[in-house]
Design a protein around this ligand. Structure first.
Ligand SMILES: NC(=O)c1ccc[n+]([C@@H]2O[C@H](COP(=O)([O-])OP(=O)(O)OC[C@H]3O[C@@H](n4cnc5c(N)ncnc54)[C@H](O)[C@@H]3O)[C@@H](O)[C@H]2O)c1
Length: 323
């Protein structure tokens, strides 16, 4: 029996997942819901027998779905997840989990009660560089880490507004925060400084900070800073550097450099991490085996909490301690 999938939100990233899913055996893209019905209809028209919906309950009542992809902007989270949990339908939700703490925490509580299969789109965890780095780090003493997301501003309207995206640290740089947690462990304290220097004058309506730097203390004693900028006319550094007693690990989206006294070893990523992430979710839905999912809702709440704490610290000017 094919796995029947639905989509909530049919924009850029939804399309990316769909391109992976159509390559998989016994997966049917059956139902598409978007606030913008023209988008849902276009997506449905690309898949045999699929239907577009302008009402979420109607889609869920009439489609007999085995799993759902939630690909909506950060401000829109809440209703979709709660409806899926209530009906016991597994879902993969794109990061970030939302723009506040309350809604994701409430969703997380209900997911735990139901033991529902979930996956969150932290695809950097699925890169070969991440698993390789994990192995290398087993034999090293970690000292500090420096993370970056330096680039330009996405031009979708919700992104430039704090109440739409939560800002760059929550919306984009969350990938680097998550990678830091995945490789180095939990974060205990956060201090952030943000500013809006350029984009406020360049793009009308922009109120998200366009530069920021966040200092983090980890439970294992490490210190880290993660900086981001969305004011550049070019893409620059995106990644995480980890400094250990054996040398430096440089993680980038295309691979890993291990710099040691013997020299530099370069590992290029071959697999598409989104594809591996999608396969892990489909495998879990098909078999009930969640072991390939590297980032579920419960775990992602901790990453989200760090980004929320950074936003709070940037406003208050004070460090935030995490429990
Ligand atoms: N994992 C990644 O690397 C990655 C990459 C890109 C985007 N994303 C994330 O995916 C999410 C969506 O990004 P995007 O680039 O696809 O945005 P987008 O603006 O291209 O698409 C979002 C779609 O959601 C629809 N929508 C908005 N509110 C809705 C609601 N309440 N119910 C149903 N549909 C709704 C919009 O009409 C739009 O079609 C964001 O949270 C973003 O951070 C993740």
């Amino acid at each position: 029996m094919p796995i029947k999938l639905g989509f909530i939100g049919t924009g850029g990233i939804a399309n990316h997942h769909q391109k992976n899913l159509v390559q998989m055996k016994d997966v049917s893209l059956s139902a598409f819901y978007d606030l913008d019905i023209t988008r849902a209809s276009k997506a449905a028209s690309e898949h045999n027998g699929a239907k577009a919906f302008s009402n979420l309950d109607e889609m869920l009542d009439n489609s007999d779905l085995d799993g759902v992809y939630i690909c909506i902007p950060p401000l829109a989270h809440g209703e979709a997840e709660l409806k899926l949990v209530e009906r016991g339908i597994p879902f993969l939700v794109e990061k970030p989990l939302g723009i506040n703490r309350e809604v994701p925490v409430a969703i997380g509580g209900k997911i735990k009660e139901k033991k529902l299969i979930t996956s969150v789109g932290y695809h950097w965890r699925y890169d070969e560089s991440a698993s390789l780095a994990k192995q290398v780090l087993q034999n090293s003493k970690m000292g500090m880490a420096l993370g970056y997301w330096m680039g330009g501003m996405p031009m979708v309207p919700w992104w430039r507004v704090q109440a739409g995206s939560g800002g760059q640290f929550v919306e984009m740089t969350t990938h680097i925060v998550d990678l830091l947690r995945f490789l180095c462990g939990e974060v205990r304290e956060v201090y952030a400084a943000y500013a809006l220097q350029v984009m406020g004058e360049k793009v009308e309506g922009t109120d998200v900070p366009d530069v920021g730097t966040v200092t983090l203390k980890l439970a294992n004693g490490m210190v880290a800073t993660i900086s981001n900028a969305c004011m550049l006319p070019i893409g620059h550094h995106v990644g995480l550097d980890i400094y250990t007693d054996k040398g430096v690990l440089e993680l980038r989206s295309d691979g890993l450099n291990v710099i040691a006294s013997e020299g530099i070893t370069k590992h290029a990523n071959a697999a598409n991490p989104f594809f591996v992430e999608d396969e892990a979710f489909i495998h879990a839905v098909r078999t009930g085996d969640k072991s390939r999912i590297l980032s579920d809702y419960e775990d992602s709440l901790r990453t989200h909490d760090i980004t929320m704490a950074a936003n709070e610290s940037a406003v208050s000017g004070k460090p935030v301690i995490l429990s």
